[in-house]
Each structure stands twice: as C-alpha cells, then as structure tokens.
Design a binder for this molecule. Structure first.
Ligand code: PEP
Ligand code: MN
Length: 352
C-alpha cells in the first residue's frame, strides 16, 4: 500500500502510474475516513487528496472545512498509509499544510491564472522540498502554465509536476473543461522534464465520461491520474456530479488498458513505419514549398494587373472541394479545413 510509496523517487523514475484520489472537499472526519477506507482497497492509489480551502465561483457556496480537516487528513494517512495532498492558494495555506504533515501540494487552476499569487506561493515555498503539482490555468494558455512552473522552479523547488485538468470554453462540449490534449503535449515539448498527470474528474464534470477520458489519457501516455472519490458522491458538498465511490474507481481500473512507453519486443516494425512516415513528411514539405512558389507567381500576376489578393469565391470553392476530396479519402473534415486554412493564410501573406 501507500506506506512504502516514495514520491521523490517517483519524480526521478516515473516508473509507475501515480494515482491520486480522494474527495473534492474534505467535509467531515467520517466522510474522509470512509472514503480513505474504500481507497485503501485499491493498490494503485498512493496519494489521498482532499480540498481543505475551496475556491468557489459564488460566495455562498461551501468554501472548505479549513484547518480542522488537516487533522483528519493526518489520521487517514496514519491509518491507511497514504501520502496526503491538498490545494494551496495562499501562503497561510502552505504554512498550515506543512504544519500538519501534508506530503504534496497542488496549486489550483484559478490560482495559476494569477502570476502574483503564484509568485507569493513560490516565495513561501523557498527552501522547502515538498513536491508541488501545478494545474493548468482555466484558460487554454500554455505559457501561463509554463510561467507558473518556472516561478516555482525559480524558487528552488525540485519536485514540480503538472496536472492537466482541462480548459474552460464557451463552445458547446460534453466536457466540463475541454481536454485540448494538444496543450499538455505542447507543455511537454516546451519543458521536456515535467511529469504530467491527468485530472479526469475536472475534465469530465460527470461520471459517464470518466472511463473514456482516462483511457485517452493512458493512450497518450499520462504519468498518472487525479480522480475525485467520495463515500457518498450524490451528497457531496462540492462537485457531486463528477465524484465516484472508491468501489466504482476500483471497477474502472479493472477495465482500463494500461500502456507502456517502451516495449521489450522487437521494435523494428515500428521503426519501419517511422521511416515511411519520414519519407512522406519530406514529400509533403517539398510539395508545400512548390505550392508556395506558384502562389508567389500568382501574387506577381495579381500585382501586375492590380487585382485584389483575396479572391473569396475561388477560396471558398477550393476549400469546399478539398474537404470533400479529403472526406472521400477517409480524412477528418475539420483537420482538412485547418490544414488548408493555414496553407491559404501563408499564401495570402506571401502575396501581400
Ligand atoms: C479541485 O481539484 O477540487 C479543484 C478545485 O480543481 P481545479 O483547480 O482544477 O478547478
Ligand atoms: Mn473538485
């Protein structure tokens, strides 16, 4: 069980999935201990999470139990051997969490949007080697996420991780927070050493989507999960719709397919496919360059004849034709549209 789990070693080796679970909010001693008891039946769960101070959208909502809850977190830790983790938004929260033996901290999505708040937290964490996870900001802004990670790094924190919890959006979507998987992937490209785990609960906002999103996260290569559990989810004081019982979590784990980054088997087949892809990518680049050359010639012609660069009817026709052809070839219409929009924008820029 959690007793022997060494989170600092995990940061170095990342050799097993880091599973963090527990209630959105710590509500009472009974609730926390009952949830922890259920979670202690699941080997994969190493860390017990619990929100002690809750950032709420409206002021009349439950804002967290406060310091008293930290005593129950300690009790759950002693009884079941979990490491414990809570959200901090203010330096006072950090002091109290440390005083009560919390093992890991996270900075929430609403705090990460504010560089002043993040800097204050980084300053008060100076000289302290507690691991800290940084959730993505609510807006899909990878630089803001990276900036928060850099502020903590600047304060000397060695154990910094990232939590992908999805992004707020006005677009219609089945998710509470759209996953936009390309953003954590971009974070990893910009900061190659950061371990990223996935908070499936805040992405989904409901129980029904959890399994599917968790599988996608595993397929992409997530290093762990944060998932909210409650002994009586329907009566939870916060995020009732997305919390599940520890028993449901256990079931969900049984039907997930866990993937490996590297396999022991011969990878020659994969390498051959990759060579083929490299050749095709070269061809694509050459073709795009060739297309841009012709585009410049068209630009010269338009200039000479005092024609406008944008020819809307032609562009509409081209895009429609390409989407239709693409769909017939089994491509995704949105992707074809985006590819040609980028190409067309570059053509227009060259002709101006
Ligand atoms: C939470 O984990 O309960 C929470 C408030 O998360 P987020 O900051 O991702 O909204
Ligand atoms: Mn929550």
């Amino acid at each position: 069980m959690g007793e022997s789990f060494d989170i600092r070693k995990w940061f170095k080796d990342r050799d097993e999935l880091l599973v963090i679970s527990g209630p959105c909010s710590v509500e009472s001693r009974e609730q926390l201990l009952a949830t922890a008891a259920g979670l202690s039946e699941i080997d994969k769960v190493k860390v017990l999470r619990g929100g002690i101070w809750k950032p709420r959208t409206r002021p009349e909502a439950f804002e967290g139990i406060g310091e008293e809850g930290l005593l129950w977190m300690r009790e759950a830790k002693e009884r079941y051997g979990f490491l414990t983790m809570t959200e901090v938004a203010r330096p006072e929260h950090v002091e109290l969490a440390l005083k009560h033996g919390i093992d890991i901290l996270w900075i929430g999505a609403r705090t990460v949007v504010n560089p002043f708040s993040v800097q204050e937290l980084a300053d008060c964490l100076k000289g302290c080697d507690i691991p800290v996870f940084v959730k993505n900001p609510i807006a899909p802004d990878v630089r803001l996420w990276l900036g928060a990670i850099e502020r903590l790094g600047g304060a000397g924190s060695q154990y910094i991780g990232a939590i992908h919890r999805g992004f707020s959006s006005y677009d219609e979507s089945p998710y509470r927070n759209a996953p936009l998987w390309e953003i954590p992937i971009e974070l990893l490209r910009l900061h190659r050493n950061i371990p990223i785990i996935t908070d499936v609960s805040h992405i989904c906002g409901c129980r029904e989507l959890l399994q599917e999103v968790a599988q996608t996260a595993l397929d992409i290569g997530t290093l762990g999960f944060m998932i909210e559990t409650h002994n009586d989810p329907d009566h939870a004081l916060t995020d009732a719709k997305q919390q599940i019982t520890p028993a449901s979590l256990k079931k969900a784990f049984n039907s997930l397919v866990f993937k490996k980054k590297k396999i022991d088997a011969d990878e020659a087949v994969l390498q051959n496919y990759r060579k083929e892809i490299d050749v095709i990518d070269d061809e694509l680049l050459n073709l795009i360059a060739k297309r841009m050359n012709i585009s410049e010639k068209i630009g010269d012609f338009k200039k000479e004849h005092k024609m406008t660069v944008l020819q809307m009817d032609r562009w509409k026709q081209v895009l429609e034709d390409h989407i239709n052809k693409g769909v017939n070839l089994g491509l995704n219409d949105e992707s074809v549209k985006e590819i040609f929009e980028i190409i067309h924008k570059d053509s227009i820029d060259r002709q101006l």
